[in-house]
Design a protein around this ligand. Structure first.
Ligand SMILES: C[S@@+](CC[C@H](N)C(=O)[O-])C[C@H]1O[C@@H](n2cnc3c(N)ncnc32)[C@H](O)[C@@H]1O
Ligand code: SF4
Length: 417
């Protein structure tokens, strides 16, 4: 297939987005037993997965389950803390680029268990070198916050808290089985977070949700204008792991993104067209250092907890609990070791990097060459994209998606897989 034919064949296919691989079976030939090696990855991030939620939103593609009782929460946290200790004993001299606690909903833990989580976070990072721009982050929802949790977050050293809104429309959210908070409560929580010392709050919004239209997005923009978080992240609904299908064409999704983009820019948020993270601060891309290092530099990360993903220069792994139907059946008092480990060749490592770099709407050609992508093939693909106006060259080794390219960003980025 020529490059043009490949692009045409993927252009309108919703499966090409920021997830990779399209199907876990695609990597079956690379699977090995045992843990993923990190011998060559002393600079890396940690990711800690808390799979508990107070609600199970039907659009959610993450490994999550209803929040278990106090005792099971604590057992889970202790097991994960032990996994982190074991990793630190095995690999010495690490420099931590970032550390994110995500989920699920970490703030859905009871206050007592949330304090324990913060203690375990402090232990996890202690004794390690932290990179100069280390910026840890934690996820939550408005309806699971408390004043004590906010104080604990700030005291533990988190400067960034990321909260999901998704849509301001109660009818859309309720149809997707998500509990909603009202605007006044959200405003109060943001001011409490700031008083507690949390400098940056990010709010997640989604587009491509069933029933979303211009009027609803306008309402979301008014909500953002009222709440004025320091950062906003826009997620296009991905349905690869879900039974529901996306109901919009690429053109419609492009126009939803454009409406958000123009609204956010007019409020003073900064981002290049095609980026999904917005920030009020020019020095700040709107993400934690964990995600920044992944999307800009393809950096390594070690994931802890149920189903967490890890990536090193040798490959990718998923801990126990991935793809297992009901994740609560995989809760394991022994630890969350790798259930699937894949030692990957350069082309697959490059694909994984390209998929995540789409969040930033750019990628580094230097990084692709370092991973081991053939220069001549890379240049052919770049020439095609430049000639079609899908990508444009930056001043550095970076290549950026254009407005035209962004409409089919999944097809553009996946050409380099
Ligand atoms: C791990 S979730 C956790 C955040 C928190 N539990 C919440 O719901 O607010 C992080 C974000 O991923 C996004 N997300 C969830 N499911 C998605 C999907 N199927 N496609 C794209 N983004 C999704 C949502 O915007 C969500 O806020
Ligand atoms: S979107 Fe958030 S709250 Fe909803 S199920 Fe997913 S992780 Fe849980």
């Amino acid at each position: 297939m020529t490059i043009a034919e490949l692009f045409e064949s993927r252009k309108d296919d919703p499966r090409w987005n920021t997830s990779y691989p399209l199907n876990p079976k695609d990597w079956a030939g690379y699977r090995v037993d045992g843990p993923l090696p990190f011998d060559k990855d002393q600079r890396l991030s940690f990711y800690i997965h808390i799979p508990f939620c107070k609600q199970l939103c039907s659009f959610c593609e993450y490994t999550r389950m209803l929040c278990p009782d106090d005792g099971l929460q604590e057992t889970y946290l202790r097991v994960v803390a032990n996994d982190i200790d074991c990793f630190k004993k095995q690999y010495k001299g690490l420099t931590l680029l970032g550390c994110d606690i995500g989920g699920g909903t970490p703030t859905s833990l009871t206050e007592k268990n949330f304090s324990l989580l913060m203690e375990f976070y402090k232990n996890a990072v202690s004794g390690l070198d932290l990179s100069e721009d280390f910026e840890p982050s934690i996820e939550g929802t408005f309806n699971t916050l408390s004043g004590k949790k906010l104080n604990d977050i700030a005291k533990a050293g988190f400067k960034r808290l990321s909260l999901g809104v998704q849509s301001s429309s109660h009818s859309i959210m309720e149809s997707l089985r998500r509990l909603v908070s009202d605007e006044k409560q959200m405003k109060e929580w943001l001011s409490k977070a700031s008083q507690a010392g949390i400098k940056k709050v990010n709010l997640d919004f989604m587009y491509g949700l069933q029933g979303q239209n211009e009027a609803f997005i306008q309402r979301d923009l008014e909500l953002i204008d009222h709440l004025r978080p320091q950062q906003v992240t826009l997620y296009e609904l991905r349905t690869n792991m879900l039974s529901i299908q996306t109901s919009y064409t690429k053109e419609e999704l492009f126009s939803q993104y454009t409406q958000y983009y123009e609204g956010l820019i007019s409020m003073g948020y900064l981002a290049r067209f095609g980026q999904n993270t917005f920030s009020v601060d020019a020095e700040d891309l709107g993400v934690s250092s964990y995600l920044r290092e992944r999307m800009l530099n393809g950096a390594s990360y070690k994931g802890f907890g149920l189903s967490a993903q890890s990536m090193s220069s040798a490959g990718v792994s998923y801990n126990l609990g991935k793809l297992s139907g009901d994740p609560s059946r995989k809760m394991n008092a022994e630890g969350y070791q790798e259930e699937y480990t894949y030692l990957l060749p350069a082309k697959e490592l490059a694909a994984k990097y390209m998929a995540i770099s789409a969040y930033h709407g750019s990628f580094s050609t230097k990084k692709l060459l370092e991973i081991g992508i053939d220069e001549k093939t890379l240049n052919n693909k770049l020439d095609y994209c430049f000639s079609q106006g899908l990508l444009t060259k930056g001043n550095d080794d970076k290549v950026y998606v254009t407005r035209k390219g962004f409409e089919h960003y999944g097809a553009v980025f996946s050409l380099f897989y």
